[in-house]
Every structure is written in C-alpha cells, then in structure tokens.
Design a protein around this ligand. Structure first.
Ligand SMILES: Cc1cc2nc3c(=O)[nH]c(=O)nc-3n(C[C@H](O)[C@H](O)[C@H](O)COP(=O)(O)OP(=O)(O)OC[C@H]3O[C@@H](n4cnc5c(N)ncnc54)[C@H](O)[C@@H]3O)c2cc1C
Length: 421
C-alpha cells in the first residue's frame, strides 16, 4: 500500500487542471492515474479548432489545448502513470489500479479527485430494428478512427443525433471526401452548439432533419441503408407515410454522453439522476468525504474551458481538505432545479461559506427566447439575468458573488429556474 496525499483518476483536461491547481495551492504529493498510454483525454482526437477561447483567449485544437496543461504538469514535476487503469476505490479512499509493468497497485489517498470523463451512448441503448451489421459507429469512435488511426469508416454517411461530436464529424467526414447525406434529430432542436450547426452542417449544405429518427437499418453483413421517418413531436413515435430511404454504408450515432461512474458507484457515492454524475457541494466534494469530482464525469460539459475552470476549483478545494482548512461544519441547503432547468450543479451549497463566488451550471430543458434565469432563496429572489436565447445544447453558467450568497444564510433551499417570456 503506497500513501499519497492527492490521487487523481483520469489524465484528461479535468485531471490535468485539477493537478496543476492543487500543486499551485501547495500540494506536493500528487499522482495522476490514466488508463490510456498518453495524457490528454478525449481531446487528443478532437483535432478541429475552437478550444481555449475562454481560458487562453486564443483558438486552439483539442491536442494543443491539452498540451498546454500537460506542459504545466511536466513543469511542476507532478508524477503520473499512463496505461494504468483504476479498477477499485473504497469509501476510505483506498484505490486499486493495474498496469502491465507493475501489476496490481494499491494506494491509500488522503483525497481523491474523480476525473474519468464520459462515454458515448451506444446503439444497444436505442433499440433500432435491423441486423447488427458493420458500418454503425458512435461518432467518437469514428473520430478516433479518422483522426488518430487514419482509417475512414465509410463514404456515404448518415448521422443520428445532433450532439456536438456528431456535428463535428459531419464536417470531418466531408473534409475526408465522404458524402454526408443528413443529420437526423429526434427532438425539435439540436442538442449541439449553434456555432457547430452553422460551421459543420450549414456551411456544407448538410440537411438537419429535426423531429426525425432512424426507424430501420438495412444490410446484413455491411450497412446498406437506413430508413428515416418524421416523428410526432409529442409522442416521438414515427409518422406512417413519412419514411425516406438513404442508401449509405455508415451510420454515426451522436445520441448522448454518459458519465463514467462505475468507480463513483463502487465508492458508495450518491449519484444525481439528472446529470448521471455524483452529487456535489460548492467545493465539488461528493457525498463521500475527501472524494471530489470534476469535468465530464460530474456532468457533461459543452466546452472544455468550463471543464478546466471547474477542475481548478476541485484541485484547490481538495488541497484545502488535505490541509484541513476546508470548513465542513456548516449548514447545507439543497439546490433545486426549477422550471426549465435540468441538472443544476452543485446540488447543495454550504451557507456561510460565502468568501468565494459559486458557479452554478445547468442545461435548459427546452429552447427559450428572451428568457430570464432566476435564483431564489426560499421566497427571496437573489439573482436574475435575461438571456436572448437558452437552448439545451448550451450550458448556462452563472456566478453567485459572495454578497449574493450572504443573503441565503436563513434559506432552506435555493431554486434555479427559467422564466419564459
Ligand atoms: C468522443 C468524444 C468527443 C468529444 N469531442 C469534443 C469536441 O470535439 N469538442 C469539444 O469541445 N468537446 C468534445 N468532447 C467533450 C470533451 O470530452 C470535454 O470537453 C473534455 O475532454 C472533458 O474532459 P474530462 O477530463 O472530464 O474527460 P476526458 O477528456 O474524457 O478524460 C477522462 C480521462 O479519464 C481516463 N479514465 C477514465 N476511466 C479511468 C480509469 N478507470 N482509470 C484511469 N483512467 C481513466 C480516460 O482514459 C480519459 O483520458 C468530446 C467528448 C467525447 C466523449
């Protein structure tokens, strides 16, 4: 059993930023464990630009963004082990990992940061009729094939789901010479960023079929085509007579991301139904003392810049926990997701811990124009702002300043809601 002050599981943008932040606060005994053979997480395969506008005020590719943090980890001489998979974690912060050179390794940590990212929802979760033929990939798997391994999955492509990875892949496959026939979305709106719809679909005349889904898959060994139908916006059931057939050899699925929470569950951490990640307080501490969570394992982010910001907070507060300067004996109030709000994070706030601003993040449940985002403490409104447009594809982030937080000392709960105009 090896003792370590701060053990970070996952060497993606969240794990890297958390490590650097903890180091900068004074933590000198840190270890990052990463199952892939290099650091950087999923950003290694995101070779398009558009990363880092908030954090570095410049437009970077995914690998460039990740490299900035990898360089800082190396400059701070923070130890890390790649090709090392964490397979077990206990409530007492004992962590078991495995790799080819050391076999099983056991660690006793003072604090743990969960930064395992998320994975894509696969075909099995969709129950589309048809054979299990080749040619059907999640968009992220296709991204890995094309960008990291130089393999083209196919030439005539339909994309199901309009999440950001699907949109990015529509453009990428077009750049690589494939014909993208359509992007098919069940909902009446895209779940991706507006900028990606414009830059990845509109600019290449790729149709976005809203209120549509794939109802049949043709082909036994290899995909030969898909049948797409319009759906009733209320019931989401296909409307008979609206079917259209697309002859294609590739179907890419971009139908949602799921936080990688097997380890969180194993540690007995309480999970939030709306986000799929742990429930946390404003310090990003989970329901198990000394275990913190950040990045896509906590809730799926749209921009990596927000992942880094959140992870920096987790690193700093984990260090305060280790150094015993984190005041935990304070009343907590739950944060309730009110009308129009899905999965507000953090799910609880310590009142009286109001020396730092608190960032509240959520996804709107629907598209709202000229809507107001309000936070109330009991009956009292403590925050309000107007947004020209709110959409489920773009996270809302609001900062509650210390002078605002001081007003919630007597409240029993905090509610975040949307007031549609
Ligand atoms: C397929 C895919 C493509 C994406 N493309 C884009 C994009 O184009 N643009 C964009 O803005 N955002 C994209 N995102 C979102 C992107 O994931 C986040 O912005 C950001 O990378 C999240 O950082 P993270 O560190 O939380 O997770 P990740 O980057 O996923 O890093 C998590 C790390 O934890 C490691 N890990 C997991 N479990 C274990 C374990 N048990 N033991 C050890 N290590 C473990 C993983 O190997 C991984 O390296 C994409 C996400 C996915 C899933």
């Amino acid at each position: 059993m090896r003792n370590v002050d701060l053990l970070i599981i996952g060497g993606g943008p969240a794990g890297l930023a958390a490590a650097v932040s903890a180091y900068e606060q004074g933590c000198r005994d840190i270890l990052i464990l990463e199952r892939e053979d290099t650091l950087g997480g999923i950003l290694r395969q995101c070779i398009h630009n558009g990363f880092g506008l908030h954090t570095f005020q410049e437009e970077l590719t995914g690998p460039e963004y990740a490299q900035k943090y990898i360089d800082r980890v190396i400059a701070c001489q923070i130890p890390y082990q790649c090709s090392t998979m964490v397979i077990e974690i206990t409530k007492g912060k004992q962590v078991t990992a495995v790799n080819r050179s050391n076999g099983l390794q056991h660690f006793q940590a003072k604090a743990v940061i969960l930064a395992m990212g998320c994975r894509e929802r696969p075909r099995g979760a969709l129950a589309i009729p048809g054979w299990r033929c080749s040619g059907i990939y999640t968009a992220g798997t296709a991204q890995k094939f094309v960008n990291l391994e130089g393999i083209m999955p196919g030439q005539r492509v339909v994309i199901l789901g309009s999440g950001d990875i699907g949109l990015i892949m529509a453009r990428r496959m077009t750049f690589m010479g494939a014909k993208v026939l359509a992007c098919v979305e069940l909902l009446p709106f895209s779940s991706g960023l507006k900028r990606n719809i414009v830059q990845c679909l509109d600019d290449y005349d790729i149709p976005l079929l809203l209120n549509h889904t794939v109802v049949d898959i043709s082909g036994r060994e290899r995909l030969e085509g898909v049948t797409v139908a319009q759906v009733d916006p209320e019931t989401k059931l296909p409307i008979a007579g609206t079917e259209q057939y697309f002859a294609c050899d590739t179907l890419l699925l971009s139908v949602g991301l799921i936080p990688e929470n097997e380890l969180s569950r194993m540690a007995g951490i309480e999970l939030c139904g709306a986000t799929g990640g742990p429930t946390v307080d404003e310090t990003l501490q989970t329901s198990v003392e000394g275990i913190f969570s950040c990045g896509n394992v906590l809730h799926v982010h749209d921009l990596v810049d927000f992942v880094s910001e959140e992870a920096e907070k987790a690193g700093a507060t984990a260090w305060r926990y280790i150094a015993d300067t984190l005041n935990q004996d304070l009343k907590t109030v739950p944060v309730i997701s009110g009308f129009g709000v899905s999965g507000a994070v953090p799910q609880k706030i310590h009142v009286g811990n109001a020396d730092q601003p608190i960032t509240l993040m959520f996804r709107p449940k629907n598209v709202y124009q000229n809507a107001k985002v309000c936070v109330t403490a009991g009956e009292k409104e403590i925050y309000r702002r107007t947004s020209r447009i709110l959409t489920p594809g773009e996270m809302v982030s609001l900062k509650l300043k210390p002078e605002v937080l001081r007003q919630i000392a007597d409240a029993d709960d905090l509610t975040v809601k949307v007031e549609a105009s």
